[in-house]
Design a protein around this ligand. Structure first.
Ligand code: C2E
Ligand code: MG
Ligand code: MG
Length: 767
């Protein structure tokens, strides 16, 4: 139930849904109130005008025009004139005669008798107009009926006309109520249509009123007309003089004509077929259905669809006119137009929302509203002091600063599209591996650390990053994750934080790395010491410092693992400094206890390329007051060194400063005797894999033996590491190995234990 509610609320929150709702409401209001009618009629008139054609000329209009009244010298014709008139018309062969005027009032007694006489002579062939009475209100009620004595021979026809708002158009009924029951409208009667309903219909005003044949009343009265004009035709007698107040503008036609023409054109319309009127609701409903189906399909509801709809609504009535079908499209058009305009605005707002006003970069919102999937890592970079920077400099600084940041991001993450919002810069990285990306961000950090120049001002920036690589989630939710991760990184003072770090090992490693600094500070990282035993004297002559990380949740983490990551991400310097510092301090401490031991520390090859290394070491030695020759630097992966390399020069510098070098893990690379010769190392450490297996494998035994001999021939001290058994120890003694190191003597232990061990307070395994 809640879900449904939420979905309903969400649906309602969609701006497009709201637009459609308001558009529908506008349309309904238009339809119900009839506010759109003048416009509707205006359009209708234009359509009629465009289709204007001639009348079928089956009805002749006899006009009581100004000339008639002038020549008669009267303000109106009399019933006696009408009687003369009828006699002449019937004599000329006219069919039926219709009077589009009222016969509710008496004339002179003789005139009325004269008229009754004529009517009696032609029963059922004359129709007299019934008009709205003065005493009754509006509506479809003919209050003023022809006099009873006339009605005996002449049928009453309603000449009511329904004027539309602003007189822009007229409609006629099929029949009207009256004191004598329902009477047909003049138009229906003229067309021979029997329909007792109150229904209204539009005369088809594309029938030109000007093309209707006419005669002047006075000419007919004086028998001064072409009789063939009326032969076999119906005749409509119409008050046409201006003084008679029945002259109207014909809708869609640029002329005025007596009101009788409405009925004449209406009759001709009916003769062609009963017009149908579907009103406003049907088109309105149709448009709503189109919109609703569009909504269902999401983005289908676009401006183009609506523009098409508006075009159809404009054009359809033209076509329907030919089929005698009337519709009112204004309410439907209102729906479509309101929707189009508001959608346009929405689109504009959305486009505006897609660019950040301050920086001109695409806004993060654009990414947020995207349901797309991407297999790229999403990076969110948060400038911590962004607000302060923007606040304290001129307005244009934001755009320039953003430009500078973008430029720097693109140095290594080429041509990525960068989205911006406040202090956040978000992009889908082109770098596929989290490791590389991390390294990259480190580099960016270093670059930015030096400050950014914007318009001659130096700006200090500090940032943190959040990354998200859950490719199966839509970007909209990944943006949130990446941003959240960036905030987390800010809180924990880490450069990069990965969203949902437990999901993949690689991710875990990154988070591991990001917490390394903190781990060093809070004592999770410490140094273990493993003794080196001199075989000749059977004395502990030195120790190797080995870093340890006891993670509060994961427990001990192998140095093999985190050293590798630290190397990859250039975090090794911090660790090494920490280890050397501890080792040197311990060596000095041991010295105070009377043990003058050498101290071995591991230096990764990467660090040898760092020119700051000798300085760092000598500084530590000076701080604690230890002689450099007591410190042995164990180096690995140096087998590809050549004499001209920077690393080689570094090794020489280190040796010149009095430090000793040891080649660690000897035998694993493809070291040659020549290499051993020119490398300024005083010690060779045979890799533990050969040592621990020499008991069972003859070739390993031979290898160990030849290394010892070779090293000795070059005056190098030989250390065998990984001594785990008494037998191996014995064999190495036989081979004249100088020093041994391994679990058989002691595991790497905390300094307290190491001191106990050296001082003999702890059980010694040998000696
Ligand atoms: P390594 O320098 O060759 O260190 C010797 C490794 O052999 C240590 O592993 C030690 O615990 C292990 N070991 C000692 N005796 C025996 C034995 O009898 N049998 C066996 N199987 N193993 C033995 P650990 O402490 O896990 O260190 C692994 C590697 O991590 C080191 O190899 C070294 O390369 C690196 N490492 C350790 N501490 C540091 C450090 O502070 N800086 C750098 N750059 N690397 C370090
Ligand atoms: Mg070592
Ligand atoms: Mg080793």
């Amino acid at each position: 139930m809640n879900g449904l509610l939420a979905r309903t609320t969400n649906f309602w929150k969609r701006p497009r849904v709201r637009i459609v709702f308001w558009a529908a409401l506008t349309g309904l209001a238009m339809g119900v109130s009839g506010l759109g009618l003048p416009l509707e009629d205006g359009m209708r008139n234009m359509r009629w005008w465009s289709r204007m054609h001639s009348s079928d000329k089956q009805v002749v209009v006899v006009q009581q025009d100004d000339r008639t009244l002038d020549e008669l010298g009267a303000i109106d014709v009399t019933h006696g004139n009408d009687a003369d008139m009828l006699r002449r018309l019937f004599a000329a062969g006219a069919r039926d005669v219709y009077f589009a005027r009222s016969f509710a009032k008496r004339g002179s007694v003789s005139d009325d008798l004269k008229l009754v006489d004529v009517l009696r002579a032609h029963p059922g062939r004359v129709y007299l107009g019934a008009t709205p009475g003065d005493d009754v209100g509006k509506g479809n009620y003919a209050g003023a009926l022809p006099l009873k004595e006339f009605r005996k021979y002449a049928g009453p026809v309603s000449i009511l006309v329904r004027h539309r708002p602003l007189n822009l158009n007229v409609q006629l009924t099929y029949s009207s109520d009256s004191a004598v029951g329902r009477i047909p409208s003049l138009s229906a009667k003229l067309a021979g249509v029997t329909n007792n309903s109150d229904d209204l219909f539009f005369p088809d005003f594309s029938i030109s009123a000007a093309s209707v044949p006419t005669l002047s009343y006075i000419d007919v009265m004086r028998d001064n007309f072409d009789q063939s004009k009326v032969r076999g035709k119906d005749v409509l007698i119409a008050p046409a003089a201006t003084s008679l107040n029945d002259v109207h503008r014909i809708p869609g036609q640029n002329i005025t004509a007596p009101g009788a023409f409405f009925h004449l054109i209406g009759a001709e319309t009916l003769k062609r077929g009963i017009p149908r009127d579907y009103g406003w609701f049907a088109p309105f409903l149709l448009v709503m259905i189109v919109i609703a189906t569009g909504l269902g399909r999401g983005r289908m509801l676009d401006v183009y669809r609506f523009t098409g709809l508006v075009a159809v609504l404009g054009a359809a009535p033209f076509v329907l006119d030919y089929f005698g079908i009337q519709v009112e499209v204004i309410p439907a058009l209102a729906v479509a137009l309101v929707a189009v305009i508001r959608m346009r605005n929405l689109d504009r707002v959305e486009v505006a929302g897609e660019t950040n006003a301050g920086s001109g970069l695409p806004s993060v919102q654009a990414l947020r509203s995207s349901g797309d999937l991407s297999s790229r890592i999403l990076v969110s970079l948060k400038i911590r002091n962004y607000g302060a920077i923007i606040g304290s400099f001129a307005e244009h600084v934001e755009a320039q600063l953003a430009k500078e940041i973008v430029r720097r991001i693109r140095i290594s993450d080429e041509s990525v599209l960068i989205y911006h919002e406040g202090g956040m810069f978000v992009w889908l990285s082109s770098i596929r591996s989290s490791f590389d990306l991390f390294e990259n961000l480190e580099g960016l950090h270093r670059i930015v650390q030096n400050g950014i120049q914007v318009g001659g001002i130096d700006i200090d920036l500090s940032f943190n990053c959040g990354i998200d690589s859950e490719f199966d989630r839509p970007l909209s939710s990944r943006v949130a994750s990446a941003m959240q991760a960036a905030e987390e990184a800010v809180r924990n003072d880490e450069l990069v934080y990965q969203h949902d770090a437990r999901k993949h090992e690689a991710q875990w490693e990154i988070s591991l790395l990001t917490s390394l600094d903190r781990a060093i500070d809070n004592g999770e990282v410490w140094v273990a010491y493993q003794p080196k035993l001199e075989l000749k004297s059977n004395r502990i002559c030195g120790a190797e410092a080995l870093v340890r990380w006891t993670h509060p949740e994961r427990g001990p983490i192998s140095p093999d693992k985190f050293i590798r990551i630290a190397e990859e991400f250039h975090r090794i310097e911090r660790i090494t400094r920490f280890v050397i510092n501890d080792a040197v301090r311990v060596a000095v401490d041991l010295e105070r206890h009377g043990y003058e031991l050498t101290m071995s520390v591991n230096i990764s090859a990467q660090l040898l390329r760092n020119p700051g290394l000798p300085g760092m070491i000598s500084e530590i030695l000076a701080t604690h007051g230890l002689s450099p020759n007591r410190l042995i630097l164990e180096i690995t992966e140096t087998d590809r060194l050549d004499r001209s390399s920077r690393t080689f020069q570094m090794l020489q510098r280190l040796v010149q400063s009095g430090l000793r070098l040891s080649i660690d893990d000897f035998g694993t690379g493809n070291a040659t005797i020549d290499y051993l010769r020119y490398l300024p190392a005083s010690e060779v450490k045979i890799d533990k894999t050969f040592v621990s297996s020499m008991e069972g494998r003859k070739d390993d035994l031979l290898l160990v033996q030849s290394i010892i001999e070779m090293a000795h021939s070059l005056d190098r001290v030989v250390v065998a590491e990984g001594v785990e058994t008494a037998q191996v120890l014995e064999m190495l003694t036989g081979m004249k190995c100088d020093l041994v190191q391994g679990y058989y003597i002691s595991r790497p232990v905390p300094f307290r234990d190491f001191l106990d061990f050296v001082s003999g307070r702890r059980a010694r395994l040998i000696g």
